[in-house]
Design a protein around this ligand. Sequence first.
Ligand SMILES: Nc1nc2c(ncn2[C@@H]2O[C@H](COP(=O)(O)OP(=O)(O)OP(=O)(O)O)[C@@H](O)[C@H]2O)c(=O)[nH]1
Ligand SMILES: [Mg+2]
Ligand SMILES: [Zn+2]
Length: 308
Amino acid sequence: MNESGGTILYGANNIFLVRGPEGILQCRIKGKVLSGGKGDYNPLAAGDRVRYRPDPGNPGNGVLLEREERRNALARWNRKGRAPQTLAANLDLVVCVASPHSPPFRPRFLDRLLVACDREGIPGLVCLNKIDQGSAPWIDERLEDFRARGVPVLLASAAENRGLDILRDRIRGKRAVFVGQSGVGKTSILNRLLPGVWRKVGRVCEKYNRGSHTTVLAHLEEWEGGELIDTPGVREFEPHGIPPDELRFLFQEFAGPSERCAYPRCTHSHEPSCAVREAAESGEILPDRYESYLRIFDLLSLRERRAP
Ligand SMILES: Nc1nc2c(ncn2[C@@H]2O[C@H](COP(=O)(O)OP(=O)(O)OP(=O)(O)O)[C@@H](O)[C@H]2O)c(=O)[nH]1
Ligand SMILES: [Mg+2]
Ligand SMILES: [Zn+2]
């Protein structure tokens, strides 16, 4: 039978659901390594375009042949696997979900997600869910700082069905992925947008995955002319594929002060007479943003030194 092109909806343990012209098929990777996915922690992610061959003797099944080139991808460094792990691919929008108190607000986690979005040229937005639990001045200050740099910030409560119309308007017609720490309410929000579907998908994932959560990929559902992707919560998000000395360009607010740094190629990490550090000390730049930058810079530098 002929080859077809399709989109990965989700997968686990080498069984992937692919949406193609024949409908939705269960596919396996042919051989050990998928062409196009070498060296990755996971060769395929939700949203990937693939080539596959339907199995004529086994309707509804097929074999994956190749991953097509990605337009973009949201990937993190997987420490355990020592390889980049793609959460979702070919995206129009990343919805970075957070909550104010449980789990606690972690702005540096959002910084890392947004750095990865920026680097890939994918628009990102911040959705603070669980606002029924209230906010705090330091959280509001951090959110205001995102807004000041053009990152949309939405306040929502999936529990009380508040603030979700604005989110609907933002994501309609797009392929949007929901990411964030475990427990912030990604699936709860998606259940409000597309009732019923996500629980069902969760059960299917569990079946393929023999009850464990570790290898379940994100999954994709069609919604109002676009597509929504839910992802399992991640504890850490280490950006991947950013040279340390290019990180500074992803912290836009450093641009102005950096013109006053003593060294023209100052990385704002250790150099004397660094105007960015001074700006953080004087409050012109949010000190926590500078701290956040330093932490990412260290991570990226360490990984670069360890690379073969
Ligand atoms: N108070 C309050 N609780 C909420 C809200 N949204 C979700 N929750 C609760 O938070 C818990 C976690 O919600 P989930 O939607 O499973 O969170 P998740 O981000 O999908 O978590 P992972 O799938 O583990 O990454 C559940 O007990 C929800 O009922 C909200 O707006 N307010
Ligand atoms: Mg979830
Ligand atoms: Zn500097």
